[in-house]
Every structure is written in C-alpha cells, then in structure tokens.
Design a protein around this ligand. Sequence first.
Ligand SMILES: [Zn+2]
Length: 200
Amino acid sequence: MYTSAKQLGIKLCRHCKLSMPEEQSHCQRCHMQVHSRIPQSLQKCWAFIIAATVGLFPANLMPITVLSTRGAPQYETIMSGVISLIKDDMVGIAIVVFVASIVVPVMKLVGLVVILLSLQFNLNLNNRQRIVVYRIIDIIGKWSMLDLFVLSIMIAVFERNNLVGVEAGPGATAFGAVVLLTLFAAKSFDTRLIWDKQLE
Ligand SMILES: [Zn+2]
C-alpha cells in the first residue's frame, strides 16, 4: 500500500511542477492557479464526450468533400468516399481513411465512457485495466490529426483522378470539431481519480 500526495496534504503545480501545501490556491513560483485534481474532471469529460458523440452524426452523414464537375456537384460522405476508394482500387488508402475517421474516434469515445462508467458505478474493472484503456486512448489521441491529414489526401486523390475542383464539405467541419472534442475529453480526465478510488 502507498500514500498519495493528496493524503499528505500536498499538491503539484501542473505548469512548473512545484509541490506545495493543499491549502495554497496559487503557485508561488509561476503564479498559476493550482488544483489538487482537475476541478469537475468527470463532468467536463462527460460534456466533451456527449458533444463529440453528437458531432459524429453530421461528420458521417454530411458530405465531407464536394466535387464540382461540369454537371451537378457531387457530394461524398466519409463512407461513400471509402467505397469509391475501394472501387478505384485504392484499398490501402480506403483502410487508412476508414480506421482514422471512423474506428479511431469511436474507439476513443467508447474507451472514455468505459473508464467513466466504471469509476462512477464501481463496475467490475480494476485500476490496472482502467489505466491501460486510458493509455491506449492517449496514444491514439496523438494520432488524432491523422484524420485531418487523411482528409487532405482524399481531396488530393479526388482532384487528381477527376481533374475537377474539390472543396471540403460541412461534414469536414463537423469532423474537425469531433477530433478536437475527443482531444479535450481525454485531456479533461484526471487519471489520478483512478488511483484515488483505490485509496478510498
Ligand atoms: Zn507553478
């Protein structure tokens, strides 16, 4: 068994890593406000998760690219984009697009929901499993921008193949918002809450 800094009445400045007594509100070194745990961490995390989940709908249902050919403009959603990439024999890119834009955001959200529910309802999940899930989310999070990168590749590919103008559609805006919201959700979760549970 061990003792946490919180139990000893000590907290750490997240900005300059100075430790100080719990009752001190601001860091004496960098003058930033210091909290022993991220305030309302679970509530903030839930709020970002819900917003990101809502955003997944327009991101997947609305056109992510708009091709302007001589005729009517042609709209592509993420899924229809993946399908036309497969039809054009670009299975590799289709897999990257599918994983980066559908599998990764959904996995991040599901992982966070599992951690939050298991903490709030004392579900049958030990701390080791919780932190492993969080680490996976954190590692995936570093690749979040891959989604937007893939989008720019898609636009380039369409443009080359069709020799037409391609614009990002409203789905792309929603998709960018989902990427940011999942990033904020993971950042607002205080992992120390997992270990606090053990010491309760
Ligand atoms: Zn400081």
